[in-house]
Design a protein. Structure first.
Lengths: 494, 350
């Protein structure tokens, strides 16, 4: 089955272009094949679709008018930020338009006293912190793509980062969103205060992957920049020990700024690349970071060090300078490009499991490596159980893409089985649409579709993504099983 | 009282069949909150108990009817807490705490009830048992229905079970107090909020500004040097009285309004105020017409709730803009098509 299985009556492209040209200047409407090409995929380049048209509005009035037009002509709309997403969330619909928010790239205001900033969705994540840094403030969510990804995309995906156990995800760090429905109606969600009257629509639209509305402005919360940060690098002879060490840190009443694990496979690959001096014989490397005031960091580092020592670390290093701290992190941050250097292609997975299941899932992945004949390196946001296995493959070899997809699907299904989720931070998009059938039963999926209808009755915003059709789940042939019971034992299953 | 989910489900399905409104109620400690809602009483207290608690995973899964005090006792035994510090107002249940979504003094720095919500199990208005979210910190599969339930006042579904993130209790706590005018208090709260200080609560009342510091002892000592002020002995009594609204401020006559505004909003001049959350939450008592209070809050880009009304309970919450109100009605229609859950408790048409 096609990854996007929601289709429409083929729209009248000429009428569509005419309508768009009445709203936008000529240069903001892209129709030629060579203009459309750059938009055919996002960060998940294995899936590609050429849209009918790409539009680049620069005002809210234009966004509203475009949506009304598409509503009238029954044309699907896929909103797009920087296109760095890893789940195909911005993959175009072949019958629809791509609505790029690239021109919404201004920081509208910064209030250093109230510690908020109003920004347009096309502003890059890191640009917010760069602009607020003179006031000693920053925007906490720091996805690894933060130099390129936009705040609009962060809202759509509820992006996290390596510091989210302590500082939260996007949903915890925004106060308001201005967004337009497919009817072209403005939704002013949230406000200037910490909460808003009525239902928590801010939470509902955060992470909704562009299926509910199109964001045109975000009010973010800013935090005071920590005075100091130090990191500890710990080596362990067993991956289980490293997992237990993370649990011990938390049991000791500490919530560090970040806790990351790399397995031996990753460590070796990155060491060749960054020369950080990682211990190469260790089965797992754990990096723990502490930030805050001088006194907080010194106290916390001492506590963490003691815990890790008791947990059986074979080697412990505490950073003594910013340079050394960056060195500890260099390999973790370079894990993806380093793997890209030794493998023609790699595929990044995003399952999350309860931390205590770390060893179990890594063992499972080890067995799958043999089963599928593909290597896999593992990095792990250990603090919150978010695993990023990197499956290495070569797309030019026949059958390897299919084997990789099957490998990935099995990891995600094991994540669900172990009490976790198919996606911690990358989103469902098109990539994990089938695994949604494993994580959720029919009733929940129906309710998700109902939520979409509450915002987007014709179903034109990013159709076919994030929430699978019930038909797809029937076809996929895997049915959610809860507590050993089928959702509808009376129904036939094929 | 129902001690099994099936019984609750049947009760809801039966009410749905008759289009008979239900008034979902736990400890009844927040009966005063929101608009009045008629309906058959559905007492959730029988459906109680901690389903799963793993301190090292920072997650507790609990049934709605569980006593909030009991839950907090179990967490404290393992050195943990509900960091949003929900008020009890008596023998509250966790279900009620989440359905009202109220948060206490720690909210400005640690987060609100909704920020700690990881997953829910709900019974919708058809009597269906549904699960959303999960027990892990990061989960972006499907819409965030779990957080949508927080503060929805039971108007969308009956929350039967929830998984919440918990946090370690601080190693040490210290409260500093000083005299201050309301304007100076707001200014200082905002200045402090912009600095990396271990602040866990602030409160201005009766010409005094209190700031609570939480964390490692050396960090508190350093922050004390930076902030100045006198140490308040037995400070937990003060914070408890703010959290539970047992402080003398709250016993004065009048309608008690809760204003949620941007933290740096200047003095509103609506009468004596108790200010929390670094300036972002302001309690005001009024006699007579409250429209000025709401006007002032909305003008400041916030909103105002008649938290404890003496008289009529009509316009408790700030009215929604038409486009937002429409989404509310649509969601209500999807979750509770027969309109049986706490009808009118939040807004007349929900």
């Amino acid at each position: 089955m096609d990854l996007i299985d929601v289709t429409f009556v083929q729209p009248d492209r000429e009428a569509l272009v005419r309508g768009l040209l009445a709203i936008l200047p000529r240069e903001a409407v892209l129709c030629e094949t060579e203009e459309l090409k750059p938009y055919e995929c996002d960060g998940l380049a294995v899936y590609r679709n050429v849209p009918l048209v790409v539009v680049l509005p620069s005002t809210e009035e234009q966004v509203s008018a475009i949506l009304k037009l598409c509503r009238g002509l029954n044309v699907p709309v896929v909103a797009r930020g920087a296109g760095t997403g890893l789940s195909g969330g911005a993959l175009p619909h072949h019958q629809g338009i791509v609505l790029s928010l690239a021109k919404f790239n201004r920081i509208l205001s910064i209030d250093p006293v109230a510690r908020t900033a109003r920004v347009q969705p096309g502003v890059r994540n890191l640009a917010i912190s760069e602009a607020t840094q003179p006031s000693g403030l920053y925007f906490a969510p720091d996805p690894s793509s933060q130099i390129a990804c936009t705040i609009g995309g962060n809202v759509a995906e509820n992006s996290g980062g390596v510091h989210c156990l302590k500082y939260g995800l996007t949903v915890h760090n925004i106060l308001a969103v201005r967004a337009y429905t497919i009817d072209g109606e403005l939704l002013e969600i949230g406000g200037g205060a910490l909460d808003a009257p009525g239902y928590d629509l801010l939470a509902l639209v955060t992470g909704s992957e562009g299926l509910l509305c199109v964001t045109t402005e975000v009010t973010v919360r800013l935090l005071p920049t920590p005075i100091k940060a130090r990191a500890i690098l710990a080596a362990f002879n067993q991956i289980e020990q490293a997992g237990q060490a993370v649990a011990d840190v938390i049991a000791a009443g500490i919530i560090p700024a970040g806790m990351e694990i790399m397995d031996k496979a990753v460590t070796r690959v990155v060491e060749d690349y960054v020369h950080a001096g990682y211990p190469l014989d260790a089965e797992a490397i754990l990096i723990v970071e502490s930030d805050g005031t001088d006194e907080e960091v010194e106290d916390e580092i001492a506590r963490i060090n003691a815990v890790l020592e008791r947990a059986g670390a074979s080697e412990l290093r505490v950073s003594r300078s910013e340079e050394e701290r960056y060195k500890f992190w260099s390999g973790r941050k370079a894990a993806f490009p380093a793997v890209g250097r030794i493998s023609a292609d790699y595929y990044c997975i995003d399952g999350t499991v309860p931390r205590k299941q770390l060893a179990t899932i890594l063992r499972g992945i080890g067995e799958m490596e043999k089963k599928y004949g593909l290597r896999c390196a593992n990095v792990f946001h250990a603090g919150d159980g978010n695993l990023h296995p990197l499956i290495m493959f070569d797309a030019s070899k026949p059958g390897e893409i299919e084997r990789t997809e099957a490998f990935a699907a099995e990891i995600l299904e094991l994540s669900v089985e172990l009490g976790g989720t198919i996606t911690g931070e990358h989103g469902v998009g098109v990539e994990k649409i089938n695994q949604m059938c494993v994580q959720f039963a029919e009733l929940e999926l129906q309710m998700f579709h109902a939520v979409k209808r509450a915002f987007d009755a014709p179903g034109l915003l990013n159709p076919g993504k994030a929430i699978p059709t019930l038909h797809r789940c029937a076809e996929y042939g895997r049915v959610h099983v809860r507590a050993g019971k089928m959702a509808h034992p009376e129904l036939p299953r094929f | 009282m129902a001690d099994d989910l099936k019984v609750l489900q049947e009760r809801v399905a039966e009410a749905a069949g008759r289009k008979q409104p239900l008034r979902i109620r736990g400890g009844g400690t927040k009966d005063f909150y929101g608009r009045t809602s008629a309906g058959d009483l559905l007492d959730t207290r029988g459906y109680s108990g901690i389903v799963d608690y793993e301190p090292t995973e920072l997650v507790v899964t609990v049934r709605c009817g569980t006593s909030l005090a009991e839950l907090e006792r179990v967490l404290a035994e393992r050195g943990q807490m509900l960091a949003f510090e929900p008020p009890h107002f008596g023998d509250a249940t966790i279900g009620g705490a989440i359905a009202t979504g109220l948060s206490g003094p720690r909210r400005a720095t640690s987060g609100a009830a909704r920020d700690f919500m990881l997953g829910v199990r709900v019974i919708d208005g058809r009597g269906q048992d549904l699960s959303f979210g999960g027990r892990v910190m990061k989960n972006v599969a499907g819409y965030d229905v779990s957080r949508l339930m927080v503060g929805s006042l039971g108007t969308l579904a009956l929350i039967s079970e929830m998984s919440l993130k918990v946090l370690p209790l601080p190693f040490a706590t210290l409260t500093l107090v000083r005299e201050a005018s309301e304007a100076d208090a707001i200014r200082m709260m905002n200045e402090w909020g912009g600095k990396p200080l271990p602040i866990s609560a602030t409160c201005f009342v009766d010409g005094k500004l209190f700031v609570r510091l939480s964390g490692a002892a050396p960090a508190l000592k350093a922050a004390q040097g930076q902030l100045g002020g006198e140490i308040l002995e037995n400070d937990s009594i003060l914070w408890q009285s703010i959290r539970e609204q047992a402080h003398a401020f709250f016993s004065k006559p009048g309608d008690l309004w809760r204003l949620s505004v941007p933290s740096a909003t200047p003095v509103l001049g609506l009468g004596p105020a108790l200010i929390e959350w670094g300036g972002a939450q302001r309690w005001v008592l009024t006699n007579g017409d409250g429209s000025k209070v709401r006007e002032a809050a909305v003008k400041a880009r916030g909103h105002a709730t008649v938290f404890r009304p003496r008289g009529t309970r009509e316009d408790v919450f700030t009215p929604l803009k038409p486009a937002i109100a429409k989404i509310h009605r649509n969601l209500k229609q999807q979750f509770d098509p027969h309109g049986i859950f706490n009808p009118g408790r939040m807004y007349a048409d929900l």
